[in-house]
Write a protein that binds this ligand. Structure first.
Ligand code: C5P
Length: 220
C-alpha cells in the first residue's frame, strides 16, 4: 500500500494537450496524451490528497477519486487554473499548452482554393508563469520542461522566470521519455539548488518519486 503522505493536501494538476480551433473541422494541437499528468493525479489521490485534474482533450479515463475539469483551449485552461490556484497547496502543470493559436477562428470551413496558404497565429498566454501571483504563499508550484538541447540551462531559467519550486525536465529526443511513451526519464531541478535524476520508469513510478520529493521539501 502507498503511504498516505498527503492527507488534507489539495493538488491542482493540469494534463494533456490543448486544442486551438482553425475552422469548424480543423485545429492545431500536439502529441501529448496526458499520461504523465493523469499518473500524477492518480498517485496524489492514492497518497491521500484531494486532487483536481484540469485536462485538455485526452482519451484517458478519469482517474479514480479525482475531480475532473475538462477543457479544450489554452485560454480555457488558463481561466480554470487561475480560478482554482488559490485553493491549492501544490500545483503541477504538466499540460502541453499550445504556444500559439490561430488569430481568428473561421466560422465556415476553409476551402482549398489557394495553392499556398498562410495561417496567422498569435501567442497563447503562458499559464504557468501567472500562477505564482494567485497562489497561497507557502504553496508549491511545479512545471515541466521538454527540451531537446541545453537542458540544464533552460531548466534553471524556467525555475527563475516562472517562479517555480521545481521543474521536471525530460529530454524529448531520448527514447523512452516524453510524449506518447509509457515510460519517462526525468531530472528534477529545485529552487533550493538540488538536482535529482530519476531512473527511467513507467509514468506512475515517476509520479510517485516526484510526489515523494515534493513531500520531503514541504516538510522543511
Ligand atoms: O516555457 P515552456 O513552454 O517550455 O514551459 C513549459 C511549462 O510551462 C510546462 O509546465 C507547461 O505546462 C507550461 N506552459 C504553460 N502555458 C503555456 C506554455 C507552457 O503553462 N502557454
Amino acid at each position: 500500500a502507498t503511504k498516505p503522505h498527503y492527507k488534507g493536501v489539495r493538488f491542482l494538476v493540469s494534463a494533456g494537450p490543448t486544442r486551438e480551433r482553425i475552422d469548424p473541422v480543423r485545429y492545431l494541437s500536439n502529441d501529448s496524451t496526458g499520461t504523465m499528468g493523469y499518473a500524477i493525479a492518480r498517485m496524489a489521490w492514492r497518497m491521500g490528497a484531494d486532487v483536481t485534474l484540469v485536462s485538455g482533450p485526452s482519451e484517458l479515463a478519469d482517474p479514480l477519486g479525482v475531480s475532473m475539469i475538462r477543457v479544450t483551449t489554452a485560454s480555457e485552461m488558463e481561466r480554470v487554473m487561475i480560478d482554482h490556484a488559490k485553493d491549492a497547496d501544490v500545483i503541477i502543470m504538466t499540460a502541453a499548452v499550445a504556444d500559439y493559436r490561430p488569430e481568428a477562428v473561421l466560422e465556415k470551413k476553409l476551402k482549398k482554393t489557394q495553392d499556398t496558404l498562410s495561417l496567422s497565429l498569435v501567442k497563447n498566454p503562458d499559464i504557468l508563469s501567472q500562477l505564482r501571483d494567485h497562489m497561497k504563499p507557502r504553496a508549491k508550484l511545479v512545471g515541466f520542461a521538454a527540451e531537446t538541447h541545453d537542458h540544464e540551462h533552460y531548466a534553471q531559467k524556467k525555475l527563475r522566470e516562472k517562479r517555480l519550486d521545481f521543474v521536471v525536465l525530460n529530454d524529448v529526443l531520448e527514447p523512452g521519455a516524453g510524449f506518447g511513451t509509457g515510460t519517462n526519464r526525468v531530472t528534477v531541478y529545485a529552487a533550493n539548488g538540488s538536482v535529482t535524476p530519476f531512473a527511467q520508469a513507467d509514468k506512475l513510478t515517476v509520479a510517485k518519486a516526484l510526489l515523494q520529493l515534493i513531500h520531503a521539501q514541504r516538510e522543511v
